[in-house]
Design a binder for this molecule. Sequence first.
Ligand code: KG4
Ligand code: ZN
Length: 340
Amino acid sequence: MYVLGIESTCDETAAAIVKDGWDVLSNIVFSQIEAHKKYGGVFPEIACRMHLDTIIPVIDEAIRSSGIEKKDIDLIASAKGPGLIGALMIGLNVGKTLSLSWDKPFIGVNHIEAHIYSAMMEHLNNLKFPSLGIILSGGHTMMVKILDIGNYKLIGTTIDDAIGEAFDKVAKILGLPYPGGPVIERLAKQGDPSKYGFKPSKIKKRPLDFSFSGLKTKVLYAVKGQNSTISTPYIIKEEDKKHIAASFQKAAFLDIIEKATLAASIFSPKAIYIGGGVSNNEKLKEMFLEKNLNIDIRFPKKDLRLDNAAMIAGLGYQNFKKNTSGDSLLLAPISKAPLG
Ligand code: KG4
Ligand code: ZN
């Protein structure tokens, strides 16, 4: 079964053709990052205009480079949320329009669930349940018990900033460009992670939940002094930035690993699936492997870690197996969609 996936939840316009839920025939991503950089984050109106300008050529290229023809496509899957509402409407409506004009079924896909699925795609014939799912993205930080594809129990979430958001905010404090994750990772490679003793806050009686906002404030105070704001001048030397980056990254990842270890001790998952933009960080993978949890830890393939439409097409295939008539063309975008 050939599925066309469409992704437009935030600042990537993407389309992909995936066969049978795992075989990625094409995976085209147009990133808008350069257009948003000068605002230090995603500017929703610009994101929508750029989605409108690029979505048709991106879909066209995804079909052209897949080696199949339009008539071979069996299903169209669009991300339905969570994300920017205007941006979601574009991907959904393009998907619905193609469904109508090509007379093919249409299905909506949850973007966050698709991030977990991206870590499963390579292992479809050897999925293990129950497993632990860890979503580390720009908007979400969650741990879920996975009972099956589509069957999740939330066991931990952030009470304030998402982990990717914390990377982006720390980068801003250090005067580094958006998105912060990749620049912090690069800078941290040259730094000493033990130079600053940062620690994320603990939440009373909620050992599996996360809080990164306090950690970000600790970084701000180390860089600009107690009770400073983002516009206060630096009190550190330029060369200390790399130590701040390394110390922050280590503190954030130790927190994730500590909570994943605790979750694992509670329900003994048979595998851990990690997804979302922050899973693109090689240090995170290295630290997870060093921990020697004695559980299969699965990261998505490199080109499935950041926002992409292959994960949408892949999960669209799985959703369609359960809901063989597809979704109604009245399916509405949900900006704060829960999992599933
Ligand atoms: O999953 P994603 O592409 O989009 C959302 O669904 O949010 O995640 C984007 C987030 C951004 O906050 C970005 O800074 C972070 O992922 N990110 C990273 C890395 N690459 C992207 N964080 C840490 N290390 C990276 N290498
Ligand atoms: Zn994402």
